[in-house]
Design a protein around this ligand. Structure first.
Ligand code: NAD
Ligand code: TYD
Length: 349
C-alpha cells in the first residue's frame, strides 16, 4: 500500500485534494498533515474522516523534528505540499509568518524527503504553487512556464522562494519533484477573506463590499475541483523536474465579476434587482496591488490532457449555493479571531 502525505489538507484547496485522493485511491493511505491555523478546518472533511485509508496528523511544517518523526512513522512514498499562509493582505500585515510557513516549512519537508528517500525510484514530491510568482501582467500576454519570476507581494515572494528551493533540491540532490503554478481558485470551503467568499458573506449580511482601488484588476478564476483534478493528473503523470501552469481561461475584471455576483445573489436571496450592487464601496487600494494575472495552460492541456470541466457561470452558481446551504460553516469560521481581522482590514481602511 502506498502512503501519500498531503500537507494543508484541512484548508480550502487541500481539503478538495484530500477528498479526491481518499475516494479515488482506496488502495493508498492518505495522511493529511495540517497545523489547523485560522484557515484550516477539519469540518471541511467531515464526510471522509472515517474512511479506512484516511489519517489526520496535526503538525506544523516549521517544526522539523515533528516532520522527520512523521516521515519515520509513515515512510511516505509521495508528498503533495499545499500547506502555506495564502492570503496577500495578511502577508502585507505580517510577512514573517509567510516566511516561516511557506519558506522554512517547505525546506523542512524537502529535507525530510531527501533524508528518507535514499532511492528516488517511485517517489515524488509535488509542490503546489501560485501564478503570483510571475508578477503582474499588462493588458496583454499570459504567464507561461518560462515567464521570469517577479514576485511583488510578501506572499508571492515567499511562494517564489519555496519554488526555487524545490527546484534546487531537484538539481542538487536529485529529489524527484514536480511543481504547478495555478491561478485564482474559487469554490466551496474557501475562507471568507478571499474576494468571492468574503463578498458572498457580506451580501448575506448586508455589509459593504470593499472593492480595492477602481476594481479594474484582473484575475483568472478556476473552480477548485478542476484544480484538484489537475493536481491528481500532475502527481501521477507529470514529468519529474517539470512545472505545469494551471488556469481557467477565465479572466475577469474584479468589478465586472462583483456585479455578476451581485445579480445572482439578488436572485438567490429573492431581493429586488440592484439591492446587492448598492453595497459596493470603493476603498483604499491594496499596497502593491498586482494589476493582472492570466495563465497559459496549454502545456498541462497538451501533455496531460487536462481541461477545466466547468463553465464559470456554473461554478459560480454552485459556489454560491454551497455558501447559502452552509451558513453554519461560515458562522463557525468567522467567529473569534476573524472579527478582529475584519475590523483591522476593513473598518479602519
Ligand atoms: P488555505 O489558506 O485555505 O489553507 C492552507 C492550509 O495550510 C490550512 O489548512 C492551514 O492550517 C495549513 N497551514 C498553514 N501553515 C501551516 C503550517 N506551518 N504547518 C502546517 N499546516 C499549515 O490555502 P489554499 O487557498 O487552500 O491554498 C493551498 C495552497 O495552494 C497554498 O500553497 C497556496 O499558495 C496554493 N495556491 C492557492 C491558490 C488560491 O487561489 N487559493 C491558487 C494557487 C495556488
Ligand atoms: P484575493 O481573493 O485576495 O486573491 P489574490 O489577491 O491572491 O488574487 O483577491 C482577488 C482580487 O480581488 C484582487 O485583485 C484583490 C481584490 N479584492 C478586493 O477588491 N476586495 C477585497 O476585499 C479582497 C479580499 C480582494
Amino acid at each position: 500500500m502506498k502512503t501519500i502525505l498531503i500537507t494543508g489538507g484541512a484548508g480550502f484547496i487541500g481539503s478538495h485534494v484530500v477528498r479526491l485522493f481518499v475516494k479515488k485511491y482506496p488502495e493508498c493511505k492518505i495522511v493529511n498533515l495540517d497545523a489547523l491555523t485560522y484557515a484550516g478546518n477539519l469540518e471541511n472533511l467531515k464526510d471522509i474522516e472515517n474512511a479506512p485509508n484516511y489519517v489526520f496528523e496535526k503538525a506544523d511544517i516549521v517544526d522539523a523534528d515533528h516532520i522527520f518523526s512523521l516521515f519515520e512513522k509513515y515512510q511516505f512514498d509521495g508528498v503533495i505540499h499545499l500547506a502555506a499562509e495564502s492570503h496577500v493582505d495578511r502577508s502585507i500585515a505580517n510577512p514573517m509568518e509567510f516566511i516561516h510557513s511557506n519558506v522554512i516549512g517547505t525546506v523542512n519537508l524537502l529535507n525530510a524527503a531527501r533524508a528518507f528517500w535514499k532511492e528516488p525510484e517511485g517517489k515524488r514530491f509535488y509542490h503546489v504553487s501560485t501564478d503570483e510568482v510571475y508578477g503582474s501582467l499588462g493588458e496583454d500576454g499570459l504567464f507561461t512556464e518560462t515567464t521570469a519570476y517577479d514576485p511583488r507581494s510578501p506572499y508571492s515572494a515567499s511562494k517564489a522562494s519555496s519554488d526555487h528551493f524545490v527546484r534546487a533540491w531537484h538539481h542538487t540532490y536529485n529529489l524527484p519533484v514536480v511543481l504547478s503554478n495555478c491561478s485564482n481558485n474559487y469554490g466551496p470551503n474557501q475562507f471568507p477573506e478571499k474576494l468571492l467568499p468574503l463578498f458572498i458573506n457580506n451580501i448575506i449580511l448586508n455589509r459593504p463590499l470593499p472593492v480595492y482601488g477602481k476594481g479594474e484588476n484582473v484575475r483568472d478564476w478556476l473552480y477548485v475541483i478542476d484544480h484538484a483534478r489537475a493536481i491528481d493528473m500532475i502527481f501521477h503523470q507529470g514529468k519529474i523536474g517539470e512545472t505545469y501552469n494551471i488556469g481557467g481561461h477565465n479572466e475577469w475584471k474584479n468589478i465586472d465579476l462583483i456585479k455578476v455576483l451581485c445579480q445572482i445573489m439578488d436572485r438567490k436571496l429573492n431581493r429586488e434587482a440592484g439591492t446587492s450592487e448598492k453595497l459596493i464601496t470603493y476603498v483604499k487600494d491594496r499596497a502593491g496591488h498586482d494589476m493582472r494575472y492570466a495563465i497559459d495552460a496549454s502545456k498541462v492541456e497538451k501533455e496531460l490532457g487536462w481541461v477545466p470541466s466547468l463553465q464559470f457561470e456554473e461554478g459560480l452558481e454552485k459556489t454560491i449555493d454551497w455558501y447559502l446551504a452552509n451558513k453554519e460553516w461560515i458562522e463557525n469560521v468567522t467567529s473569534g479571531a476573524y472579527q478582529k481581522y475584519y475590523k483591522e482590514q476593513y473598518e479602519e481602511r
